[in-house]
Design a protein around this ligand. Structure first.
Ligand code: MF3
Ligand code: CO
Ligand code: CO
Length: 251
């Protein structure tokens, strides 16, 4: 696998792409509410991405027909925006935005709690954010992918939740998905080493129940096998000498 270390110029472009994706996600976050459809979110993402000067990386990716993934409740990831999915009070919804700007990509997602949600819905949402942060905390030049995965998986287990093993983070740069695969579980001291200047995502999918998933007949939507709630948060990072620079922080 070809691991890419980005030049300073490329890192600057990653910062701009990351800021654009974060701005679009924030735009959606400020508007998402009960009564909105996920198709409405898709239009907002198309409109706002254009305003940033970027293009939605996910549109047409391996045939994906939408600009954004919208994954509600038991949907783990790759939820397809639809005029038939109307958000209701108590739902949790992950919105995953990826923007290409000047040839580089920023990839970020957040799980939004709609109105008054159950304690369980809030719990899985908070645990997923903690897992993302536990992974980011381990990232630095020389850290191993197993160190990152183990930290994320332990953070989920400590809260009685489970990590989805079938999908992970990824290298990112001139393409949305690049090497390495960044598993959200693993063994400390194993796996490839991160190097300063590499760009990756960390995007744990955390289930309230069991880790198993299945795909719906549409060929995209991934749901929990047991129907339990699932939440996810994602950032794009550039590895640094002693940590990570998050390119997709909201300004
Ligand atoms: N943004 C997703 C990720 O975090 C990619 C989804 S691919 C799509 O890697 F085709 F479903 F959009
Ligand atoms: Co990603
Ligand atoms: Co994403």
């Amino acid at each position: 696998m070809g691991l890419v270390v980005l030049s300073d110029t490329e890192q600057a472009k990653m910062r701009r792409a990351g800021a654009a994706a974060a701005a679009t996600l924030a735009f959606v976050g400020a508007r998402v509410a009960a009564g909105i459809t996920t198709a409405q979110i898709d239009s907002w993402v198309r409109e706002h991405t254009k305003a940033t000067g970027g293009t939605p990386s996910q549109l047409g990716y391996q045939g994906f027909p939408h600009a954004v993934c919208t994954s509600r409740n038991e949907v783990v990831c790759h939820g397809m925006p639809s005029p038939r999915v109307v958000l209701r009070d108590g739902d949790i919804l992950n919105v995953d935005v990826t923007t290409q700007l000047d040839g580089y990509h920023g990839d970020t997602s957040a799980t939004f709690v709609i109105g008054q949600a159950s304690a369980e819905a809030r719990h899985v949402t908070e645990v997923a954010a903690k897992c993302r942060d536990a992974g980011i905390a381990v990232v630095r030049d020389g850290a191993r992918l197993g160190d990152v995965g183990a930290a994320i998986d332990e953070a989920a287990r400590a809260e009685g939740c489970s990590i989805v093993k079938d999908f992970g983070g990824h290298g990112i740069g001139r393409r949305m998905h690049m090497d390495p695969h960044v598993a959200h579980w693993g063994t400390r001291g194993r796996g490839g080493r991160l190097r300063a200047g590499m760009a990756i995502t960390i995007e744990p999918m955390v289930n309230l129940g069991r880790a198993e998933i299945r795909m719906l007949d549409d060929g995209w939507t991934i749901v929990t096998a047991d129907g339990s709630l699932s939440a996810q948060w994602e950032h794009t990072l550039i590895v640094t000498k002693d940590g990570a620079e998050i390119t997709t922080l909201r300004s």
